[in-house]
Ligand binder design. Structure first.
Ligand SMILES: [Zn+2]
Ligand SMILES: [Zn+2]
Length: 206
């Protein structure tokens, strides 16, 4: 299993910049897995319900959670609940046991009034925050013990069932693109993809 340092180093390549929230997300993912007694998902052994919303500060946290747990958009084992919170529930798919981790409000409030966030608020992009501001913040954040950074629930039971994946596909009878079953609609007797069906806005805009 990769160490925090290895995940952090690799994570920066994918994430794109150095910031405090991403490595804190890695630590959160590692803490959740430790509590559940599981290792990162090779495929869909774990499922994550991230509570972040579409647009808010410190959203980078979610990338760290993905890097640590292996619950990724690409594997289809993470969804966003859009509660606009830095929290997530990690589920062991086989045992249906779960744990919820939320950023400790005490730590979160300090982070939201930090120099790094002030820079971001004034329009500075994360990669342009001076290293003398970013680095001490990152160092401070990642050196905190888990109970300062997070509130971690006890392990609890869920009735979670993994959504079944589909290998069935059709060729859209309008645009000719391959579309998997769950995205196919029937219109005037033709099998068409969502954008071609015109139903897209209603079904996708959530
Ligand atoms: Zn970031
Ligand atoms: Zn189409």
């Amino acid at each position: 299993m990769a160490t925090f340092e290895e995940l952090f180093e690799a994570g920066i390549i994918i994430h794109g910049h150095r910031c405090p929230a991403m490595p804190v997300g890695i630590k959160a993912g590692l803490a959740a897995m430790e509590k559940l007694g599981v290792t990162p998902a090779k495929n869909k052994e774990l499922f994550c319900i991230a509570e972040a919303g579409p647009t808010h500060a410190m959203h980078c946290f979610c990338d760290g959670v993905q890097f640590a747990t292996g619950c990724t958009f690409g594997k289809g084992n993470i969804i966003k609940a859009n509660y606009a919170k830095l929290a997530f529930t990690l589920i062991d798919v086989k045992t249906k046991k779960a744990v919820r981790v939320v950023l400790n409000p005490v730590f979160h409030k300090k982070a939201l009034s930090s120099e790094f966030l002030k820079q971001r608020l004034s329009g500075v992009e994360p990669q342009d925050v001076p290293a003398e501001i970013a680095n001490p913040m990152i160092e401070n954040a990642i050196s905190q013990p888990d109970d300062v950074l997070f509130k971690i629930s006890e392990v609890f039971n869920t009735d979670f069932t993994l959504p079944k994946g589909t290998f069935e596909w059709v060729e859209c009878q309008k645009c000719g693109e391959i579309t998997f079953g769950c995205g196919v609609r029937v219109q005037d007797g033709k099998q068409v993809c969502l954008p071609c069906s015109g139903y897209e806005a209603a079904e996708v805009k959530r």
